[in-house]
Write a protein that binds this ligand. Structure first.
Ligand code: BG6
Length: 480
């Protein structure tokens, strides 16, 4: 087993909207995540043509409102992370805690104070904070009044938000990411771009425009960050799902190449290389668009070029396969995207195809392409845990999944990849993003809370907690 580099950032990852709760406390405004109903139909509901972000508590439950109440439990939770030996903790800052409506000019001090406390608590426990500036939690007002990221005004609002939090925390926080899974909008623009069908989500021009605005906003954040601190590291964050051609049919090979360009690489190419890739022309043409259809300026393009990101953060849960001749009809679900079933892989309870080798491939593909440090900022197994009467969960299935992915990372490091760290997703159980369920658990720490909001909120280490503690202690797996 190879050694992980010294200083490797072992940790865990969460997002404000999925764990904080306290959705109306400390002057916080509403975010789009507050308007997502809980349950397996979440995406179906928000994809209805008439969905307009109305929160209807008579009809639906809204588990993101309470999350796991990290807002009041952060000290206890960070102490548990420290007990596992976390070197870093990735979390996001709820934009609507700082700017309740997103378009104010003055920040909400109570919101800033909350993150002062969270950051200080991390530092007191020798945990390096890793902050996602925007993780699927646009202020609701920006989605309702401005129509989400397709509106260029949002660049300015994001810049104000980013400048405020970077100025406040940059001296204490070295690692940042600008947008969570920015490329996920290719399949589902609701969470990343605040776009729903009634505001144009089904018109690809809006999705590309929203991306452009986000790219510019991201470059501005990189600029601000570097002006504040020389050694600051600002990354992009993409959803990477390694993709295989289903077979050696050249037609499928070409389709897979294009799928990789369009999904896995497009956003990162702009954010890392600082320019739109050549295949943008083909990609836009597929939707009868040209680059001139987008509202861009020379100043925008210069900013992209001048302020690329410093590293590539990415989530990796599963891989997918591409088949375009229609000969394979067996399909599977996935992280915001499905595909044809790969006969060599098993899937999770939610149909995500488990593929640790795909992570080694992902790391090689990304490093070959960009030669910038990589950071696996999400990975994990969403599963149904069955605690015993003492609330102890023997989650060997999760250990098995994580172990195989850590082996894959070690393999990639042997291959020469520069890997900075690993923050498994939902290090403490939280509300799932795609289905709003508590029962889809990822954590090393069990939280006593069910899908109906019942439970004591007490926290209990699972078997994986002690296993991960050992991994961190030894800077890697001790035996194969
Ligand atoms: C990623 C997101 O897509 O996957 C997280 O960045 C999300 O917010 C995670 O929670 C797992 O997805 P889910 O739907 O199982 O919560």
């Amino acid at each position: 087993m190879s050694e992980f580099p010294e200083g490797f950032l072992w940790g865990g990852a969460t997002a404000a909207n999925q764990l904080e709760g306290g959705y109306q406390e400390g002057g916080r405004g509403l975010s789009i995540a507050d308007a997502l109903p809980g349950g397996k139909d979440r995406f179906k509901i928000v994809s209805q043509p008439d969905f307009d972000w109305t929160i209807d508590t008579d009809k639906y439950t809204y588990p993101n409102h309470e999350g796991i109440d990290f807002y009041h439990h952060y000290k206890e939770d960070i102490a548990l992370f420290a007990e596992m030996g976390f070197k870093c903790y990735r979390f996001s800052i709820a934009w609507s805690r700082i700017f309740p409506n997103g378009d104010e000019t003055q920040p909400n001090e109570a919101g800033l104070k909350f993150y002062d406390d969270v950051i200080d608590e991390c530092l007191a426990n020798n945990i390096e904070p890793v902050i996602t500036i925007s993780h699927y939690e646009l202020p609701l007002n920006l989605a309702k009044r401005y129509g989400g990221w397709k509106n260029r005004y949002l660049i300015e609002f994001y810049e104000t938000f980013a400048r405020t939090i970077l100025t406040r925390y940059a001296s204490k926080v070295k690692y940042w990411m600008t947008f969570n899974e920015i490329n996920s909008a290719a399949h589902f623009p609701v969470m990343g771009q605040g776009l729903v069908p009634s505001t144009g989500a089904n018109d690809k021009k809006n999705v590309f425009q929203a991306w452009h605005n986000q790219f510019v906003a991201s470059a501005k954040a990189v600029k601000i960050a570097h002006e504040l601190r020389d050694d600051i590291q600002v990354g992009c964050m993409i959803l990477y799902a390694t993709s295989y051609a289903y077979d050696s049919n050249p037609v499928n090979q070409l389709a897979n190449l294009q799928h990789n360009q369009d999904f896995n690489f497009f956003c990162a190419d702009v954010q890392v290389r600082g320019a739109y890739p050549t295949y943008t022309k083909r990609l836009l043409a597929e939707y009868n668009l040209t680059f001139d259809d987008l509202e861009t300026t020379d100043g925008d393009l210069a900013l992209l070029q001048q302020y690329p990101v410093d590293y590539i953060g990415f989530s990796y849960y599963m891989s997918s396969a591409v088949e375009t001749t229609g000969s394979v009809t067996d399909t599977v679900a996935g992280n915001l995207m499905g595909g044809v079933k790969n006969p060599f892989l098993k899937a999770s309870d939610w149909g995500w195809q488990i593929d640790p080798t795909g992570l080694r491939i992902a790391l090689n593909e990304l490093y070959d392409r960009y030669q910038k440090p990589l950071f696996v900022v999400e990975n994990g197994l969403g599963a149904i845990d069955k605690p015993d009467k003492n609330f102890y969960v023997e989650d060997d299935y999760r250990i098995d999944y994580l172990k195989q992915h850590i082996e894959a990372m070690a393999g990639a490091i042997d291959d020469g990849v520069d890997l900075m760290g690993y923050t498994p997703w939902g290090c403490i159980d939280l509300v799932s993003a795609s289905t709003g369920e508590m029962s889809k658990r990822y954590g090393f720490i069990y939280v006593d809370l069910d899908d109906q909001g019942h439970g004591t909120l007490a926290r209990y280490p699972k078997k994986s907690f002690y296993w991960y503690q050992d991994v961190i202690k030894h800077n890697g797996l001790t035996k194969k």
